[in-house]
Design a protein. Structure first.
Length: 145
């Protein structure tokens, strides 16, 4: 698995844990940093921090484009995967759209239900093609080298 793919999975793990436990994402991230072996990658930290910072905008887009699904009804792992991917789509201009979507679909295949990859792909395709951009969707981070 490539370094960025591993970082995306770690970010999803952290966001999933915080969501399921109803815990603070920052505290959950710090707990992973303190105990994780191997260490939490810088890119995973950037993804978790970015999702946390832009969560209201991300969740608004997900609520709009997840046809017939509320955020609360989504499996928590799908929610985490979608949040990471939407962050990459909108705030990481160095990540090609196709890469962000493909990586999310692969995570859904390995972590969630049989129906999840198609669901994740559909939601992200609608977000990507909508042209909707939050006001602060500017170049925030660059992909790691």
């Amino acid at each position: 698995m490539a370094a960025r793919s591993k970082a995306r999975k770690r970010a999803v793990d952290i966001l999933f844990e915080a969501d399921v436990r109803g815990a603070d994402v920052g505290s959950t991230l710090q707990a992973w940093v303190d105990r994780a072996d191997p260490p939490v990658q810088d890119y995973a930290r950037e993804l978790v921090t970015g999702v946390t910072t832009h969560r209201a905008d991300i969740d608004e887009l997900l609520a709009e484009f997840a046809v017939d699904w509320s955020l609360e009804r989504m499996p928590p792992v799908d929610r985490a995967v979608l949040r990471v991917a939407v962050f990459e789509l909108l705030w990481c201009p160095g990540i090609p759209t196709a890469v962000a979507i493909d990586e999310a679909v692969e995570l859904a295949k390995s972590l969630s239900t049989d129906a999840s990859p198609g669901f994740v792909n559909g939601v992200l395709a609608r977000v990507a093609s909508s042209g909707k951009m939050p006001a602060d969707a500017t170049q925030q981070i660059s992909p790691p080298s």
